[in-house]
Design a protein around this ligand. Structure first.
Ligand SMILES: *[C@@H]1O[C@H](CO)[C@@H](O)[C@H](O)[C@H]1NC(C)=O
Ligand SMILES: *[C@@H]1O[C@H](CO)[C@@H](O)[C@H](O)[C@H]1NC(C)=O
Ligand SMILES: *[C@@H]1O[C@H](CO)[C@@H](O)[C@H](O)[C@H]1NC(C)=O
Ligand SMILES: *[C@@H]1O[C@H](CO)[C@@H](O)[C@H](O)[C@H]1NC(C)=O
Ligand SMILES: *[C@@H]1O[C@H](CO)[C@@H](O)[C@H](O)[C@H]1NC(C)=O
Length: 404
């Protein structure tokens, strides 16, 4: 650097101070230009240059430009890990709750969130993914085999318009890590059990380039337990669903256009109607009315007052029995994702992508009926609470039409 600088530094001549000043400014400007050109050719130059590099990457012009002047928040490279969900993982909704919690913290701290570049897919939700079951595969390999790229699910640029994010396999992240090492104590802190309030207001933390946080070992979203305090919620539940990757949003739009004027029901059976036997051999359930309330004859009765006869109903469900809902066709025109396999099959690589498209279709319905009531204004198929009450009760099937 010094050798380049020399020719531009004239000998001090007190008679022309302004002239010297102008020369110096020009020299500094030229240096910046030269160093930025060098940097795009592979040299690294401390601070400020990455933006130019990013801008010059072809095809990435619409991407939000991050600069190293931003500060970063990292919660680790896997959602809900460390903790009990490191190897297996929970369903999409559960992981989204965790991701949303981390994003909210980034908003609170005014930091760019460093997002894991992949999301783990629970094997029971991945009938389409290719899972190589090998006994001597390491847990690392098994995880990789059952995960999908975050960008196959979400539009990272769209998320960044609301909360700036980078992925932890990006060049920018690499740059943040090397810079944080150079900065030493001002660069990074690995923090555990520090409240977000302290991370924001304690100047030791607030001045750091990178906060590497270890979230609750139970689930990341445990850090957002105060969601009961409505005014503390910064992102609604619908935020991540609506941030679906562009090709998923496009597919949903096409299907919505084909459905025309439609209502929708989301029928959760599968996992939720699980029963277990008590010590007397009697089946018990956490949602005692759910099996009954999600059967077609009960659904017909329940939704009569909300959905007019003849209406098209889009049904999203994890019920496996074929034609399970066909009794509803006495009054309604039924549609499922399977009706649109021409659009979906070439697109879908895993079930999380399918869930995301189905959710967008559900969200676009004129009248949407959930399985459980989540909000006071929600329409729902059952009055059982969604929350795990931990009370195992005898399932109820009666209401004149007892099936067992
Ligand atoms: C948030 O951070 C950006 C830079 O990353 C800064 O320009 C802005 O002033 C900050 N806002 C607040 C409210 O601190
Ligand atoms: C372990 O993996 C190797 C190759 O990946 C394979 O050849 C071998 O048969 C496997 N061993 C067992 C016990 O599965
Ligand atoms: C973050 O902290 C954890 C726990 O201290 C550590 O294992 C991990 O390597 C750190 N990650 C980074 C990127 O510094
Ligand atoms: C609820 O959240 C708001 C905003 O973060 C905060 O100002 C308020 O003190 C919280 N209230 C309670 C009872 O925690
Ligand atoms: C969807 O497919 C089912 C048969 O699986 C059929 O009965 C129904 O009419 C189709 N719905 C639409 C909207 O095409």
């Amino acid at each position: 650097m010094a050798t380049i600088h020399k020719p531009f530094r004239p000998k001090p001549k007190p008679r022309f101070p302004i002239f010297i000043f102008v020369i110096c400014v020009a020299a500094i400007a030229l240096l910046y230009l030269i160093s930025s050109v060098i940097s795009t050719n592979g040299f690294s130059f401390p601070s400020s240059i990455v933006t130019i590099k990013d801008l010059m990457r072809p095809g990435k012009l619409k991407r939000k430009v991050h600069t190293i002047h931003e500060k970063y928040l990292y919660w680790g490279d896997r959602i809900d890990c460390p903790g009990k969900h490191c190897e297996s993982c929970e369903g999409l909704g559960h992981q989204e709750s965790s991701l949303r919690c981390a994003l909210e913290e980034a908003m609170f701290l005014n930091r760019t969130f460093v997002m894991p570049f992949a999301m783990c897919i629970n094997p029971i939700h991945n009938k389409k993914g290719i899972l190589h079951h090998s006994d001597n595969a390491t847990s690392e390999e098994r995880w990789a085999a059952s995960s999908c790229a975050m960008e196959s699910l979400y539009d990272i640029d769209l998320i960044s318009e609301n909360v700036p994010v980078i992925l932890d396999n990006s060049e920018m992240w690499h740059h943040v890590l090397t810079t944080s090492m150079k900065l030493g104590a001002r660069g990074v802190a690995h923090v555990e059990e520090v409240s977000r309030f302290n991370l924001k207001h304690d100047s030791y933390y607030s001045n750091l380039l990178l906060i590497n946080r270890t979230a609750s070992p139970l689930s990341w979203f445990m850090e957002c337990k105060d969601r009961n305090n409505r005014s503390a919620i910064m992102l609604p539940y619908s935020f991540l669903p609506s941030m679906a990757a562009e090709k998923l949003r496009n597919a949903a739009e096409k299907i919505k256009a084909l459905l025309g004027d439609y209502d929708a029901i989301h029928v959760r059976r599968g996992d939720k109607i699980k029963t277990r036997k008590d010590r007397f051999g009697v089946a018990r359930s956490l949602h005692p009315h759910l099996d009954r309330d999600t059967r077609p004859e009960f659904i017909l009765h329940r939704i009569e007052k909300w959905v007019p006869a003849g209406q098209t109903i889009f049904i999203a469900s994890n019920e496996k029995t074929p034609d399970f809902f066909s009794p509803l066709s006495v009054r309604y025109k039924l549609a499922y994702a399977a009706n649109y396999s021409k659009i979906l099959d070439p697109l879908i690589e895993n079930n999380y992508q399918l869930f995301m498209i189905e959710r967008l279709i559900l969200m676009g319905a004129k009248t949407f009926i959930r399985t459980f009531k989540e909000d006071d204004t929600d329409l729902s198929l059952t009055d059982d609470p969604k929350k795990n009450t931990k009370i195992w009760q005898k399932p109820v099937y009666t209401m004149g039409e007892d099936r067992r």
